[in-house]
Design a protein around this ligand. Structure first.
Ligand code: UDP
Length: 339
């Protein structure tokens, strides 16, 4: 019997890569996305990669009636992977209610649907942002949850708590929260990748757009951190590896005969500074990037990277792609874009 998996936000950056990996692993992904932050042509690209059209429904996940109507057309739904959310940290500071309304509102709709349609398996996009201003650079799942630096981060902390409270009321729900570190790169085919709207907030698309000449110069936010080269350290992970983590998490949930609630760090386990990322990008792609050191960005933590031992142990997940692969693929993707 086919295993239908609803992927909210399935046309987005991480969602689209996960749809591909789900399909390749034998699942039947169904996309629910309202394309507010993604493009419908990504669906054709997914088809090109997997050789089959993936069903997609244009629905805002906050619209409970419409969401449930879509779900009611499927006989048995195996699981939901919930990506649909707003994700721009800076914007969330200026428009907090937009973030609480969309990220928390849609999560509640999805959790109600789990119960209504008796769907057992649930995977949620959380973030390493829940660790906030970390006490140590390397974080395990036992590291304390710190006060959020932004409303976006708060929606992830609150979201995790809402899910746990939901889970406590069920007799058989199986839930995995994935705390992502910094996803970068694109599918090796260069057919799907990140599509930032307007001026990118994140480092990777800013680098590729600068390399392409779309932006004049990259500003490195802070050169006076207490790190070996003075720039901030993050844990960058190839988006396809992150996508595979979702598939492995789902397969793990499926195997459990009892109710289950757990959370995993999904990161490479390696810290990379902004300057190291720039230099490696220049090296693997044989180009020079125009950049200068500027002020620190408010809200940024100095360094954070994952201890991802638990993901290795529990779902047998480790990164397949190197940092260099991710930087090559990010550049191939950028070059393929016409705008
Ligand atoms: N960064 C930078 N210049 C930029 C964008 C980001 O130096 O134009 C830095 C940022 O300060 C952080 C790292 O790159 O140290 C990763 O930032 P990003 O926004 O990609 O992800 P975050 O870790 O904030 O979620």
């Amino acid at each position: 019997m086919e295993k239908i998996v609803i992927v909210t936000g399935g046309a987005g950056y991480i969602g689209s890569h996960t749809v591909v990996e789900l399909f390749l692993a034998g699942y039947t992904p169904i996309i629910i996305d309202d394309f507010r932050n993604s493009k419908p042509w990504i669906l054709d690209r997914i088809t090109q990669i997997v050789g089959k059209e993936i069903t997609a429904h244009t629905v805002d996940c906050q619209n409970e009636l419409a969401f449930n109507e879509v779900l009611s057309t499927y006989k048995a739904i195996y699981g939901i992977i919930h990506f649909a959310a707003d994700k721009a940290v800076g914007e969330s500071v200026n428009q907090p209610i937009k973030y609480y309304q969309n990220n928390i509102g849609s999560l509640c709709v999805v959790l109600n649907a789990l119960k209504k349609f008796d769907i057992k398996n649930f995977v949620f996009s959380s973030s390493c942002t829940v660790y906030g201003e970390t006490l140590t650079p390397v974080v395990t799942e036992e590291s304390p949850i710190m006060p959020p630096a932004s409303p976006y981060g708060d929606t992830k902390i609150i979201g995790e708590r809402i899910i746990q409270n939901y889970w406590k009321t069920t007799s058989d729900a199986k839930v995995m929260l994935l705390r992502y570190f910094n996803p970068i790169g694109a599918h090796p085919s260069a057919l799907i990748g990140e599509l930032p709207q307007g001026i990118p907030n994140n480092l990777m698309p800013y680098i590729t757009q600068t390399a392409k000449g779309k932006r004049d110069s990259l500003t490195v936010f802070g050169g006076d951190y207490h790190t070996p080269d003075g720039t901030a350290i993050r844990d960058y992970i190839h988006v396809s590896d992150l996508a595979i983590a979702h598939v492995k998490a789902l397969t793990y949930l499926e195997k459990s005969s009892t109710k289950l609630f757990d959370y995993l760090n999904i990161g490479s386990g390696k810290g990379t500074s902004v300057l190291e990322l720039i230099k490696t990008f220049e090296e693997v792609n044989h180009l020079k990037l125009n950049y200068q050191i500027g002020n620190r960005r408010p809200g940024d933590v100095e360094q954070i990277f994952a201890n991802a031992d638990k993901a290795k142990k529990i779902i047998d997940w480790t990164c397949k792609f190197s940092l260099k692969d991710a930087l090559l693929h990010a550049w191939e993707w950028e070059k393929s874009l016409t705008t």
